[in-house]
Design a protein around this ligand. Structure first.
Ligand SMILES: Nc1ncnc2c1ncn2[C@@H]1O[C@H](COP(=O)(O)OP(=O)(O)OP(=O)(O)O)[C@@H](O)[C@H]1O
Ligand SMILES: [Mg+2]
Length: 459
């Protein structure tokens, strides 16, 4: 079997030792993952298809033998090669008693490392493909938990199945959906259903980070790296450890920063601003966007290579108006929460209010539904009526009207064309709103029916 298909995990708190070992192994064509502590190591053993582990038994605040014990509980067949200092050989002896495959003495010797790894792999066969399959079957039903939070429509059933399928893989995930549709909720569900659940979930709002701070925020910085950096700060990739790094509104990253992000995701290595050490990245990346990234790629504002890297699996959350079956379920849930919060009892929706909720187009999706219901619970005594919802009679924006035939100005339109089209859009919105307030009747129609003397040619 080719060494390229074999994946080795190197566990050591010292970046220097990890680098030396990884370099030796990579030169031989092995794929290397790195973990800086026992917790990261255990998450990677759960999540990643591995063939062997090089484990330092003496790390600060970590009992390496305990890590070894837990690794063998998770996967008794995975060969673990202990790395230790020669004054701590007794650790190696204990580790061998506990089932470790072999041991190496620091400073490590290239030939010894490769000999030990090769024989371990030969004796244990390939573990590489078995691990993700185990993860998937174990997590089979967990994606159903979305039904309890998001609804029971067919769209949510599909979404639940997708979440449970992808959760245990190491695929990057791109979640697409309109604002307020629940992208962060779904990313948290993926993390919770994954084998990384015990590691951190780190959410980064990419739109809120100025370009100049992007690198230091995501990759960290060393003390004195720039004016005002009076202490070393780990980046968000480091903070996420072996957990999930959620990159929200990823379309808001400038092209320059997109290139830097791509390099880190691809190489799984990061260097803090002002630093020289290469730190390994173990977090799984889940990104979200409320703009269509494929179109952004076509327009040249989003790098296609980064798009392909972050979208190994794509999840689309349908807007609320396309899954009307979920509206009543969600509204009743939000009513229950708000009633408990406000100490109200016996609250319920009138038939009219329920119909109104289902008829509305919800441009702000679940977020808007939740705040609408909360306000209604506050305003109503027991029965929530249509008027408590305070929903506008007509869709608030022309773009949400599916029959809208007024096109947005295209790039390259003349100023005159742009002004003409925008004027038409504004006129149309005003007319739609006015018709909404009159229940769809035009004022001159009302005048005609009220007075037979008025000419009706305006119709
Ligand atoms: N199914 C749901 N049940 C309960 N709350 C929900 C649900 N979906 C969304 N929410 C709530 O609606 C709000 C918006 O959800 P979330 O932040 O996940 O949406 P988003 O798609 O990330 O929105 P944005 O694009 O604006 O960031 C949050 O307060 C979230 O708790
Ligand atoms: Mg969000």
């Amino acid at each position: 079997m080719s060494s390229e298909s074999r994946r080795i995990l190197v566990v050591d708190n010292e970046a220097e030792t990890r680098n030396v070992l990884s370099r030796i192994l990579r030169r031989e064509g092995y794929e290397c993952m790195e973990a800086a502590d026992g917790e990261q190591a255990l998450v990677l053993v759960r999540c990643e298809p591995l063939d062997a582990i090089l484990l330092e038994v003496r790390m600060p605040n970590v009992d390496g033998l305990e890590v070894l014990r837990q690794i063998s509980l998770l996967d008794g067949e995975l060969p673990v090669i202990i790395v230790t200092a020669d004054d701590l050989l007794r650790h190696a002896v204990n580790a061998l008693r506990m089932g470790a495959y072999d041991y190496l003495i620091k400073p490590v010797d290239n030939v010894e490392v490769l000999r030990s790894v090769r024989t371990a792999l030969r004796d244990h066969g390939s573990n590489h493909t078995r691990k993700p399959l185990r993860g998937l079957s174990e997590q089979g039903q967990e994606g159903d938990c979305l039904k309890n939070t998001m609804g029971s429509s067919g769209a949510i059933a599909t979404l639940s199945a997708e979440v449970s399928r992808v959760a245990c893989s190491d695929f990057t995930v791109l979640i697409l959906g309109e604002t307020g549709a629940g992208k962060e909720l779904v990313s948290r569900a993926i993390h919770a259903a994954s084998l990384r659940a015990s590691a951190p979930f780190e959410a980064v709002d990419c739109g809120a980070i100025p370009d100049t701070l992007f690198e230091s925020e995501l990759f960290g910085h060393e003390k004195g790296a720039f004016t005002g950096s009076d202490r070393t700060k780990p980046g968000r990739f480091e903070v996420a450890g072996a957990g999930t790094l959620f990159l929200d509104e990823i379309s808001n990253i400038s092209r320059g920063c997109q290139a830097k992000l791509l390099r880190v995701i691809q190489e799984k290595k990061v260097t803090r601003v002002g630093g020289t050490k290469l730190l390994s990245v173990a977090a799984r990346v889940v990104a979200a966007s409320n703009v269509d990234l494929e179109t952004a790629v076509t327009k040249g504002v989003f790098r296609s290579d980064l798009f392909f890297r972050i979208s190994e699996f794509v999840i689309r959350i349908p807007p609320l108006r396309e899954r009307k079956e979920d509206i009543v379920f969600l509204a009743q849930r939000f009513e229950g929460q708000a009633s408990r919060h406000l100490g109200k009892v016996g609250m319920h929706f009138s038939e009219g209010a329920l119909h109104r909720l289902q008829d509305y187009s919800w441009p702000g999706n679940v977020r808007q539904l939740r705040s609408t219901v909360r306000r209604a619970v506050l305003l109503a005594d027991e029965q929530i009526l249509e008027e408590h919802l305070g929903l506008p009679a007509a869709p608030p924006f022309p773009a949400e009207n599916p029959n809208d035939d007024v096109a947005m100005p295209e790039d390259g339109s003349s100023l005159k064309q742009i002004v003409y089209r925008i004027t038409r859009m504004v006129e149309k919105t005003a007319l739609v709103r006015a018709l909404g307030t009159t229940g769809g009747t035009k004022p001159w129609q009302r005048a005609c029916s009220a007075s037979t003397t008025r000419p009706c040619s305006a119709r």
